[in-house]
Structure formats: C-alpha cells, structure tokens
Ligand binder design. Structure first.
Ligand SMILES: [Zn+2]
Length: 276
C-alpha cells in the first residue's frame, strides 16, 4: 500500500507536469471508483477546469482546480496514477481517465478496487473530509514538542499508534517498522512510557524513514509505481521491513517478523528488545 513517501513522489511529479494544464473531461470505466459526489456527474464538475495545484495530505492526493473545486484521490492498496500521452494502449484494471488539454491523460488503475476518487466544492469541504487526520510528520509545525504532547498519556502499543492516521498522517506498515528500528524501540512498547530521549529518537526515526523514502522515490514491494509507471528505489534501502531472516544492519542479529495488532511487523530483537 502506498504511504506518505509514495504519494509525495507522485505529487511532486504532477506538480511539475500537470499544474497549469486543463481537464477536458473524465471517462469512468468503473463508476464505483467515485466515492463522492453522486450527482452531478464528476465529469461535468471538472471539465474545463485548470489544475492550479497538486497537494498531499496524509495518503491523500489533492488537485486544486481553478474554479474552486478539488479532486481528491486515495490509492489505498493497489491504486496507481499514471501520466501518459494519448494513444498509449490502455492496460488492465483501468478505472478512470482524466483527459488533459495538453493531449495527455491521467489514468487511474486499481486491481483490487479499494482506491477512490472524489470531488469537493471548496477548501472548507476538503477540511471536513480530512478532519480526522493527525499532523503531517514532515511539516515544519510538527515539532518534537508537538510529538511529545501527542504521545503523553497514550496507553496503546507504539506500532498500532504509528499506523493510526488520526495520531499521525501518512505512515503505513513499511515506514512504521523502519521508524521504530531507527529509534531502537520495540513495536510493543507502550507509547506513554517513552523517556524524553526515546521520544526524540522516535521523532527523528519517523522523519528520517519518510525522508529517505521520498529521496528514493518510494518503496515498491509489489504494486506501487510513480506517475511514469516506474518502480521506486527505496525497497533496496529498507533496514528491517520484509528483511526477516537477514542480518540486522547495525548488530548482525537476524531480523524477525511477528504479528502486532494484526499486522506483520519486522524488528531486530537485539536493537529493539521487547518489554520484559
Ligand atoms: Zn540489531
């Protein structure tokens, strides 16, 4: 599933490539991909609209339209968004096409069909849609002090907390495991029990794991591709995720995989000792 670095990679490509271009129409090959609104048709709302900005919030991609509306996209598990020239043969699992005045097409593919696109009329409606999301971990306003305040009093384990989009927006299974390893913290540690030094390590670990992912244009384990249909490079640089049975890059002990909160979790038992 694409996480913050993967969506940010797509966003940066789109910002360079499609901002300033105009949407001429939308073809829905699977209308179920449109989560909202039901009426009027999405194509009528966006046709003729210039794309004014490409933004990201958590794992959501947002295209601001000059007329005030916003196109919102969530790729979920297997969604892909490709920017192609018109005439490129259509591949499988194509759910929607956004035609651009430049002659190019934004194509939304999604094998598992969990991904969704939608439209909201203005910034207030967008804020309402995304109101449950926690802070952006790479935003300037997300300081160590803000992170400390959010951790205080939390009784749950760290791993599920990092996956909770209301706690922090954008992390999924890959970057949560990478952040915890960088912080030398076990996934089952109680969030509220961290010392100030451990809180600082986790804060730095989260940001470093995400920043590396963005630098490497995302992690492709199976489905993720950037807007050009290319794989990311970060899977070659992961420290623990899906590296069970291989040596820890710090101490050499074999990385193990366990289930935490129903999710596959990867860690070094020596660098991240479990609570006694
Ligand atoms: Zn280790």
């Amino acid at each position: 599933m694409p996480e913050l670095p993967e969506i940010e990679t797509i966003r940066r490509d789109l910002e360079q490539q499609v901002v300033g271009d105009t949407i001429t129409g939308i073809e829905l090959l699977w209308p179920g991909a449109v989560a909202f609104p039901e009426v009027p048709p999405l194509g009528d709302l966006v046709a003729g609209q210039r794309i004014a900005a490409a933004r990201r919030r958590g794992k959501y991609l947002i295209l601001d339209l000059a007329g005030g509306g916003r196109l919102v996209l969530h790729l979920r598990m297997t969604g892909r968004l490709h920017l192609v020239e018109r005439g490129v043969p259509r591949g499988p699992h194509l759910r929607a096409i956004c035609f651009l005045a430049s002659g190019r097409e934004l194509r939304f593919m999604d094998q598992r069909r969990f991904g969704r696109l939608g439209w909201v009329p203005d910034e207030a409606a967008l804020a309402g849609l995304l109101c449950d999301l926690g802070p952006e971990p790479l935003a300037a306003g997300f300081t160590l002090e803000v992170f400390r305040q959010r951790l205080a009093g939390r009784r749950g384990a760290l791993k599920p907390l990092l996956l909770n989009q209301q706690f922090l927006a954008g992390l999924g299974n890959i970057y949560a495991d990478e952040a915890l390893f960088r912080a030398r913290l076990p996934p089952l540690r109680t969030a509220g029990s961290l010392s100030p030094e451990e809180q600082a390590r986790l804060y730095a670990g989260i940001r470093a794991a995400l920043e590396q992912g963005i630098r490497n244009r995302g992690t492709t384990l199976r489905d993720y591709q950037d807007a050009w249909g290319a794989r990311g490079l970060n899977q070659e640089q992961l420290l623990v995720f899906r590296r069970d049975g291989r040596p820890c890059p710090v101490c050499g002990r074999l990385i193990v995989r366990l289930r935490v909160g129903g999710r596959s979790t990867h860690l070094c038992p020596r660098c991240q000792p479990l609570p006694a």
